[in-house]
Design a protein around this ligand. Structure first.
Ligand code: MTE
Ligand code: MO
Length: 383
């Protein structure tokens, strides 16, 4: 693998693995704005960053169980209506380091910042699929197509040097309301190399692994993608499964991410002056579910206070407000009097009343995915 032509990166990023490059911003920087600046956005890769330098010759093929395949240039894709969708992308491995402290798990270690919120600009996949004769809201094509596979140009060792790939159901891909994009812009700028230049998939509300970067082709398939990251990774196993008794076929690939929140205004352990402390951070849920509530406790969960929520500064958030961004995270904030030595806990509730689990033990899994346990930070008094 060739890592000699990696793009420049912001020095503030905490590097969790160098080759392939995996990095996240510090907690405090993560929530400094509702839209995460591109250079602070976490970077999650499985191989070297590919170089697509002849954009005039770049094209995406759409093929498989369709009447006839097509090749789309960037110009073809930009001719389709352009949508801007603000969506939080979260790696299923977010908060893995904390899960590994209970019992070792396999995978890149992440603190709480393996996610970010961007405005993605591009064409809707549902419009692209119409170009090969697949109408909106199709569950199965006349040729038996039921899944849409995205294949990248990058190469990774998990695929034995082949490209990264993943798939989503055709029903989601052809549903305009699911907002699945082929994005060529991030926060109003041309998508950069780290995030998938020239074109990436963005599947809102679903674990980041399905949002394939550096798109090369789209395959309409009868079965879901058989690639490593769909079949041998990113599946959630019960705590009893270990590397000796694992049977990958018994579980489905993870799609929507569950309700999550984390405190970003405090390090663990944080030294504070006596008095009021600002407890703030992000909360987000998958599947377009909003955030109904964020609760804070300073006494181990005996009593709770509700935090304020917002997406736009100064505007209270409500999950059923039609002007809220349904795929985006919500910031929470509470000013709280904390005891001298305390554990501060945050937990979120989504609009379907799903709640985060109390501890990481009950959701421990050998791949260390979806650590959504109550987020805890410890504070110690300076005096
Ligand atoms: N796409 C390709 N081609 N190669 C990859 O390694 N990583 C996936 C996904 N798409 C990956 C990919 C994973 S696991 C995540 S969490 C997101 O991209 C991360 O996107 P980001 O680096 O833009 O934050
Ligand atoms: Mo990921």
């Amino acid at each position: 693998s060739d890592y000699s032509r990696e793009p420049p990166r912001h020095p503030i990023l905490q590097i969790n693995a160098k080759e392939p490059f995996n990095a996240e911003p510090p907690r405090g920087a993560l929530v400094s704005s509702f839209i995460t600046p591109v250079d602070l956005f976490y970077k999650r890769n499985h191989g070297p960053i590919p170089i697509v330098d002849d954009i005039g010759r770049y094209s995406v093929s759409v093929r498989g169980l369709v009447k006839s395949s097509i090749q789309l240039t960037m110009a073809d894709i930009k001719k389709l209506p352009k949508y801007n969708v603000t969506a939080t992308l979260q790696c299923a491995g977010n908060r893995r380091t904390a899960m590994s402290k209970v019992r070792t798990v396999r995978g890149v270690g992440w603190d709480i910042s393996a996610l970010g919120n961007a405005t993605w600009g591009g064409a809707k996949l549902s419009d692209v699929l119409e170009l090969v004769g697949i109408p909106k809201l199709t569950e199965v094509t006349p040729y038996g197509g039921k899944h849409v596979e995205f294949v990248s140009v990058d190469m990774c060792k998990e695929e034995k040097g082949g490209p990264y790939k993943a798939s989503i159901p055709l029903s989601q891909a052809t549903n305009p309301a699911a907002d699945v994009l082929l994005a060529y812009e991030m926060n109003g700028e041309v998508l950069n190399r780290d995030h998938g230049y020239p074109l990436r998939v963005v599947v809102p509300g679903v674990i980041g692994a399905r949002s394939v970067k550096w798109l090369d082709s789209i395959d309409i398939l009868a079965e879901e993608c058989q690639g490593f990251f769909m079949q041998k990774d990113y599946k959630m196993f019960p705590p009893s499964v270990n590397w000796d008794n694992i049977n990958w076929d018994t579980r489905k690939p993870q799609m929507d991410f569950p309700v999550q929140c984390a405190i970003c205004s405090l390090e663990d352990v944080h030294v504070v002056n006596q008095g009021k402390v600002t407890v703030s951070g992000y909360a987000v849920s998958g599947g377009g579910r909003g955030i109904e509530r964020v609760d804070i406790s300073v006494d181990g969960g005996k009593t709770w206070v509700e935090a304020d929520r917002c997406q736009k500064p100064g505007v209270p958030y409500s999950s059923d407000d039609l002007t809220s961004e349904k795929w985006a995270w919500v910031f929470f904030k509470a000013d709280i009097e904390v005891p001298k030595n305390a554990e501060i806990i945050a937990k979120a509730v989504d609009s379907a009343a799903n709640v985060q689990p109390e501890n990481v033990e009950v959701i421990w899994n050998l791949r260390g995915i979806l650590n959504t346990s109550w987020h805890r930070v410890h504070v110690r008094s300076a005096s």
